[in-house]
Design a protein around this ligand. Structure first.
Ligand code: TMP
Length: 207
């Protein structure tokens, strides 16, 4: 089973994904946790380029291709082999982030994006996508707070609020288009409450 986490920056995906993985492992599931961009040695190098504050000259088209280069490597090297063994894979972001950030945020052509995504993933789709819902203002506030305590502040965090607002709108549209795949979780509550909500959703999907 292939589960992805999506949401704005600051929505708490990474913390929640880690907690979910330990919970599922305790239940006896064979679980692999990975993330995008990154998750492979090549992908991690691409992540550095994408997130470096030195790279403000990067065009949206170059950005799109780099995210998808990292994705192509992850799908072939990690996701497909693990899924083939029957294990559970949890991925912190996947192609919906490209649709939301490059498609809605940068307003690149969604049709072009879908073609590139399908090339990069070779058609791999998540079975379930957990969307951690937080407003752009609250997300930004949390990111600023976290960066004071040592979290990396990236080139994407540095985008203006209007960009993150378009990303937010994008996620709503993606959810509406595929309501069976997406599960919305209110992320504006305590870490424990969010984790509880995630586990409740998963109980219905895992056998
Ligand atoms: P994160 O790993 O801390 O969530 O950061 C990833 C950043 O990259 C986040 O700002 C969203 C962005 N991103 C895209 O813009 N497009 C993509 O396809 C992916 C996977 C991430």
């Amino acid at each position: 089973m292939f589960i992805t986490f999506e949401g704005l920056d600051g929505s708490g995906k990474t913390t929640q994904a880690r907690q979910l993985v330990s919970y599922l492992r305790d239940q006896g599931y064979e679980v692999l946790l990975t993330r995008e961009p990154g998750g492979t040695p090549i992908g991690d190098q691409i992540r550095e380029i994408l997130h470096s504050l030195d790279n403000t000259a990067m065009t949206p088209n170059a950005e799109l291709l780099l995210y998808n280069a990292s994705r192509a490597q992850l799908v072939a090297e990690v996701l497909r082999p693990h899924l083939a063994t029957g294990g559970v894979v949890i991925c912190d972001r996947f192609y919906d982030s490209t649709l939301a950030y490059q498609g809605y945020g940068h307003q690149l052509d969604l049709q072009v994006l879908r073609t590139i995504i399908s090339f990069a993933t070779n058609g791999l789709r998540p079975d379930l996508t957990l969307y951690l819902d937080i407003t752009p203002e609250a997300g930004l506030r949390r990111r600023k707070q976290a960066s004071l305590f040592g979290d990396e502040w990236t080139r994407m965090d540095d985008m203006e609020l209007a960009f993150h607002e378009r990303v937010y709108t994008g996620y709503q549209a993606l959810m509406q288009a595929e309501p069976d795949r997406w599960m919305r979780i209110n992320a504006d509550q305590s870490t424990e409450q969010v984790q509880q909500a995630i586990r409740q959703v998963l109980e219905k999907h895992l056998v």
